[in-house]
Design a protein around this ligand. Structure first.
Ligand SMILES: NC(=O)CC[C@H](N)C(=O)O
Length: 306
């Protein structure tokens, strides 16, 4: 496995076409696009790293996997009265479907859906308490208490977040949010601003590899059926309007973020985190996707076979 991971790293280092870093969040625009990291944690807990696997980056929308897990833990299937579970086929920050569909976002991974999930996680708590809860959960699943929120990124998102504010106000106009728009947005921007390394992120995904139990720690995080369902949502919706392409090329449940990270789950095999800040047109990591495509070709890990 180390050989495979190293060879992918060397191929990726040589690439000159690396995509474009997200520039609509100024703090992300300053990230050096030449960085690359890949971590594979196999089901038995062995860790294989290549590149800057300890460098922290903004996990952005990958955090939506964790907030979804928390929301399902709190309210179970009632969550699905607030948000759907269908791929949207539209960009991650799109507002078009919201009007036709009465303010109920298509799925928990597009921005509108994640804002609805943040509201659900809040219950009647303040953003501060909610963020403490989210951070506690992420630290628990990654088994790492050093994980934290990058306040500079959060402030940067807040200042330039008019589109997300529009989505939240639009949902509020349909009475779909329980909490004040500003509190929900503050919570959303901050959970997107969690910083992690690929090693921390791959470890955090371990509970989705083994039917809800993290084999690194031996702790059950969610019941079996929930892990299966979260994986299916990641497969169908985790890359927005690029989810079909990702399923075709990689064939694993995966969640991307505009920071250039991707968490991919090979059920029963491994949790994989990759980071390369340059994005494709849809907003998914360009080299991250290529690296995962190579990894499944060399391991046969696609859920659809070789
Ligand atoms: N795709 C993403 O990672 C988007 C998350 C980002 N925080 C936003 O709201 O725009």
């Amino acid at each position: 496995m180390q050989e495979i991971v190293d060879s992918i790293y060397h191929e990726m280092r040589a690439r000159t076409e690396r995509g474009k870093v997200a520039n609509y969040i100024p703090q992300l625009a300053c990230v050096d696009p030449n960085q690359f990291a890949l971590t594979v944690v196999t089901q038995d807990g062995q860790v294989f790293n290549a590149g800057c696997a300890e460098t922290l980056f903004s996990i952005q929308s990958i955090s939506k996997v964790f907030t979804l897990t928390i929301a399902l833990g709190k309210m179970g299937d009632t969550l699905w009265t607030r948000v759907g579970r269908e791929p949207s086929g539209d960009p991650f920050n799109s507002i078009v479907q919201l009007e036709h569909e009465g303010g109920i976002p298509r799925n928990p991974f597009i921005n509108a859906g994640a804002i609805a999930v943040a509201d659900a996680v809040m219950g009647h708590n303040a953003p501060k308490e909610t963020l403490a809860e989210i951070l506690h959960f992420v630290r628990f699943v990654a088994n790492d208490d050093s994980i934290s929120i990058d306040e500079k990124v959060a402030q940067s998102e807040m200042k330039t977040g008019s589109r997300n504010a529009s989505l939240a106000h639009f949902m509020a106009s349909f009475k779909r949010l329980d909490n004040p728009v500003d509190s929900v947005l503050g919570t959303y921007f901050h959970h997107c601003s969690i910083s992690m390394s690929t090693e921390q992120l791959a470890k955090a995904g371990m509970f989705l590899v083994s039917n809800g139990t993290n084999h690194c720690t031996g702790v059950r995080v969610v019941p079996e059926h929930r892990a299966r369902r979260i994986n299916s949502l990641m497969l169908m919706c985790g890359h927005y309007d690029g989810s079909g392409e990702f399923a075709y090329r990689v064939g694993l449940p995966g969640k991307s973020g505009v920071g250039g990270g991707i968490l991919a789950i090979a059920p029963g095999k491994a949790s994989i985190a990759v980071w390369s800040p340059g994005l494709d047109k849809i907003g998914n990591s360009k080299l991250g996707t290529e690296a995962l495509e190579m990894l499944v070709q060399r391991t046969g890990w696609s859920i659809f076979g070789n």
